[in-house]
Design a protein around this ligand. Structure first.
Ligand SMILES: Cc1cc2nc3c(=O)[nH]c(=O)nc-3n(C[C@H](O)[C@H](O)[C@H](O)COP(=O)(O)OP(=O)(O)OC[C@H]3O[C@@H](n4cnc5c(N)ncnc54)[C@H](O)[C@@H]3O)c2cc1C
Length: 443
């Protein structure tokens, strides 16, 4: 199943012998971190096991939103909303960013009250975000055919193109001197006196004093080989895109039966508004206790499946030495088979809601694994056990929009600069120091 077409980034032929920081993972988080670090004058190598942006960062819906954000992520997302509008100019490339608004529809009074609570969180920020009535919604979105109580409308929210953004940021990092290495899996980290002294890649070693792991769904495996237990699981979401359509909505719209977003090519990216598949794998049992609150809260949206993936995952080694091929070299791009039933149902519901979509033609389908933490809040943090090792992962289904700001925060932490926002809620140690782990928003 070929994933979505992603702007190709051709990796450098030469591996540098030494840099200041190695960033592992060429998704939106790794590329944004690399760009921030190189802009601050550091020597950076960005290592990606497959192609830049080919996993979650190109498969997502492309929503850039502060609405319905966990309060712990709101300050960082506010910074992301300041960074996105300048990203085309900063990278010298198209990222597809557009402030077109996002609408969360409310079919019932209960949903209305729920969305209203989320909206109140944004009051201190004075962003344009408000509850609208069903009638007002019809003015905002012409030709809508839904009987609704109202909606949460956040004008400051928007969209960007997942298939363009991470490649644009990676190329901009390279323009400023970063080494961009593709098909270059990092097998592990070397230490000297307990602190980071370099990485071993499948193409050789790179000396460095800092490593940022932005490995998306692979971070748990990588950290596990270092004896670091990062609680992280995967949830699958299936997506389709249509060919260009005239007259559909400009805003991205969420409804419990569908989520749709207009694309730069004039088509729509469409997915189920509420249903994700969770494959039961050995780690599901290992992290069952930590993820139980998330499971209780999200059980309606999680479709648990037991199948061959259990055996596939069980076969992946959890420990390896740095002089042998690592599991990352055997899977260049995570490319799960999409669930047609879920995305067809979403398309059907979207067609009923928007007559303009009635003759929509499906251009492509794909799926993506979302990496999630027990509280659905990322880790952007040093790992105290190994000085010089940093983790930026676990973005739990909301990492694309927040990505540029997460990269900035990670760079602040690596360079010991005053952080752009307080990073305490993103600390890794919350999973080990007995802190109460609370799921507020969801995946
Ligand atoms: C279907 C779907 C819809 C979503 N919708 C939205 C949305 O609308 N808005 C939003 O904000 N977020 C959304 N998300 C979430 C968002 O896509 C992710 O949170 C974000 O892309 C995570 O970025 P990342 O860089 O951490 O991970 P990834 O993009 O997965 O990148 C990690 C990279 O690390 C590489 N890697 C891993 N291990 C190694 C190694 N050892 N050596 C070298 N490279 C390695 C991988 O190959 C991969 O390319 C969605 C996700 C999915 C799947």
């Amino acid at each position: 199943m070929p994933g979505p077409y992603v702007t190709p980034v051709h990796g450098d032929a030469e591996l540098p012998g030494e840099v200041d920081v190695v960033v592992i993972g060429g998704g939106i988080i790794g590329t944004s971190t690399a760009l921030e670090l190189v802009e601050r004058g550091l020597r950076v190598a960005l290592c990606e096991k497959g192609g830049i942006g080919k996993e979650q960062s190109s498969r997502n819906w492309g929503w850039v939103r502060i609405s319905r954000r966990d309060p712990r992520e709101v300050p960082l997302m506010a910074e992301a909303l300041r960074l996105w509008p300048n990203l085309n100019e900063r990278t010298g490339r198209e990222t597809g960013y557009r402030r077109a608004g996002i609408i969360f529809t409310c079919a019932t009074d209960r949903q209305y009250a729920d969305h209203e609570k989320w909206n109140e969180l944004l009051t201190p920020y004075q962003f344009e975000s408000r509850m609208v009535s069903g009638n007002e919604l019809r003015n905002l979105v012409p030709d809508v055919n839904m009987d609704l109580k109202g909606a949460l409308y956040t004008a400051v929210d928007g969209r960007a193109e997942p298939q363009l953004a991470a490649p644009a940021i990676a190329e901009a990092a390279r323009d400023r001197g970063a080494h961009v290495l593709t098909e270059c899996a990092v097998r592990g980290i070397e230490t000297s006196g307990g602190a980071v002294s370099g990485v071993v890649t499948e193409r050789g070693a790179i000396a460095c004093s800092a490593v940022v792991l932005a490995g998306g769904a692979w971070s748990n495996l990588f950290a596990g080989n270092m004896g670091i237990d990062f609680p992280q699981l995967k949830v699958m979401n299936s997506v389709l895109r249509t060919k260009p359509i005239e007259g559909g909505p400009e805003q991205a719209i969420w409804h419990s039966d569908f989520a749709i977003r207009k694309r730069r090519d004039g088509g729509y990216t469409i997915a189920s508004g509420h249903e994700n598949i969770v494959r039961i794998v050995p780690k599901s049992f290992r992290y069952a206790r930590q993820f139980l609150p998330a499971l209780r809260k999200e059980w309606r949206s999680l479709n648990l499946r037991f199948g061959l993936s259990f055996l596939d995952e069980a076969r992946i080694p959890t420990r390896w030495s740095l002089n042998e091929p690592s599991p990352f070299e055997y899977n260049r791009v995570l490319d799960p088979v999409p669930n047609r039933r879920l995305s067809d149902a979403a398309l059907g519901a979207a067609q009923r809601a928007f007559p303009a979509l009635a003759n929509a033609e499906i251009a492509q389908r794909w799926a993506g694994y979302i990496d999630v933490t027990p509280d659905a809040v990322p880790v952007i943090s040093p790992i105290d056990k190994v000085p010089g090792f940093f983790l930026a992962s676990g973005f739990s289904g909301h990492g694309f929009g927040i990505g540029p700001a997460a990269g900035k925060l990670m760079a602040d932490i690596v360079t010991r600069t005053t952080p752009v926002v307080d990073a305490k809620d993103y600390r890794f140690s919350r999973f080990t120091d007995g802190s109460k782990i609370e799921l507020v928003s969801g995946f």
